[in-house]
Every structure is written in structure tokens, then in C-alpha cells.
Design a protein around this ligand. Structure first.
Ligand SMILES: [Zn+2]
Length: 83
């Protein structure tokens, strides 16, 4: 009888630090960890008009670069980086 009920988002993303780049798989743009638009209790992608979630639809930028090593270490804001 453990008290663990699964992997919490905080555990999954404990390596995310404010200032790290995240990548929204919805709009395929990068933003800094800790940025979001709050909507009805959800933390959405900070880009206006995007309904991506900062938890479910966010990848670490490093993961994107694992697929596209030609992408810069520091992504530019508001630039679409196709997967
Ligand atoms: Zn987005």
C-alpha cells in the first residue's frame, strides 16, 4: 500500500528550470519555462491564439534539437520550428 498514485507533472518536469526553453507542439514555437497564459485554471501556451497546454503540449527544447540538430541552441521567439 504505497501512497504514490502515479507520476505527477512536477516529477516529470522537475528538470525544467525557469528560463529553460520549452517548445509548444501545437504552434511549434518556443517559449521560456514559467511563461503561460492562464485560462480557466489551465496553463496554456503563452502565444496568443494557441490552445496548447504548457504541460501536455510542451517539450523541452533539447528534445526538439535531438530531432533537428540544425536548430539553434537558443530558439527565437515567435519563430515556427517545424518538427
Ligand atoms: Zn503554442
Amino acid at each position: 500500500m504505497g501512497s504514490k498514485t502515479g507520476i505527477a507533472a512536477v516529477d516529470l518536469f522537475k528538470d525544467r528550470k525557469p528560463g529553460d526553453w520549452l517548445y509548444c507542439t501545437h504552434c511549434q514555437r518556443a517559449y521560456k519555462a514559467g511563461e503561460y497564459r492562464e485560462f480557466q485554471g489551465f496553463q496554456l501556451c503563452p502565444y496568443a491564439g494557441c490552445s496548447g497546454d504548457t504541460v501536455l503540449n510542451a517539450w523541452a527544447w533539447e528534445r526538439v534539437r535531438g530531432i533537428h540538430p540544425e536548430y539553434p541552441e537558443e530558439p527565437e521567439r515567435d519563430v515556427v520550428y517545424p518538427l
